[in-house]
Design a protein around this ligand. Structure first.
Ligand code: ADP
Ligand code: MG
Length: 253
């Protein structure tokens, strides 16, 4: 852990969300969310479209400003106007449905730029770390390709390697496989599974129920801006207690 967050590992869970509300105009999208993610925990967030999953994830690193409530991320109170948001965000990897790579840079270039600009690493060190992470996602032979020459699954794996190159303490995934052709989904999920097994703290919004069930420690079911049910993933997905969870899972499984 860097000196930025000296207390984190000893005292505080990486993500502590308390009483989170978020409205867009008079549309209240999050209606009081309490959620703590502990060190090394993998939490999946499932629920119908429009239930507020993306908004929740975006509030975690303050890409959306909460209307009310507290977000403690890596020990920093994100709603405190004095917090250097970018300093905290530098330690949080985010992977979206759309890969958001720089189109004019190679896979390697995409994995280097943040390390150089934000972490001020030397060129040699940045290249070494980028190569290590591209190897980890199975793309050693595609380092010199620009995104347009890669499949969607490969682009998403570059996006993950890019995030990992920043040495994140937490990874946030928002439906990372939703835009992929079905045959490409498995490779991306395999990388995420490896990351989970390596002990990364992860929040994953996903419709991949087998990933949630088999890889994540805990699953949260959201509907209408609240957490309807949460529990150990295996249990929640195979034997949900709440009627709304049962109906949702019947539809998607
Ligand atoms: P999910 O990810 O579960 O599908 P979202 O968090 O994307 O749900 O959206 C929840 C609700 O919030 C939707 O009704 C959506 O229209 C609304 N919403 C999300 N982002 C914005 C925004 N930037 N401005 C206005 N409304 C938004
Ligand atoms: Mg969403």
């Amino acid at each position: 852990m860097s000196d930025l967050f000296p207390d984190l590992e000893s005292t505080q869970p990486p993500v502590v969300i308390t009483g989170l509300h978020k409205s867009f105009g008079d549309n209240e999208v999050l209606k009081g969310i309490d959620l703590t993610v502990t060190q090394g925990e993998v939490v999946c967030v499932i629920g119908p479209s429009g239930s507020g999953k993306s908004t929740l994830l975006r509030c975690v690193n303050l890409l959306e400003q909460p209307t009310k409530g507290s977000i403690k991320l890596l020990g920093a109170e994100m709603t405190d106007p004095d917090v250097e948001l970018n300093q905290v965000r530098a330690h949080v990897g985010m992977v979206f449905q759309s890969f958001n790579l720089f189109p004019n840079m190679t896979a390697l270039g995409n994995c280097i730029i943040g390390q150089r600009q934000v972490l001020k690493r030397s060129k040699a060190e940045a290249i070494e770390i980028a190569k290590k992470n591209l190897a980890m996602v199975g793309l050693s032979d595609r380092m010199d390709y620009v995104p347009a020459k890669l499949s969607g699954g490969q682009q998403q794996r570059v996006a993950i390697a890019r995030a990992l190159s920043m040495d994140p303490k937490v990874m946030l995934f928002d439906e990372p496989t939703a835009a992929l052709d079905p045959e490409l989904v498995g490779d991306v999920l395999a990388v995420m599974r490896d990351l989970a097994h390596a002990g990364m703290t992860m929040m994953v919004v996903t419709h991949e129920m087998s990933f949630a069930r088999d890889v994540s420690d805990r699953t949260i079911f959201m509907d209408g801006g609240v957490i309807v049910e949460e529990g150990a993933s295996q249990e929640l997905i195979t034997a949900p207690k709440e009627r709304r969870t049962q109906i949702f899972l019947k539809r998607v499984l």
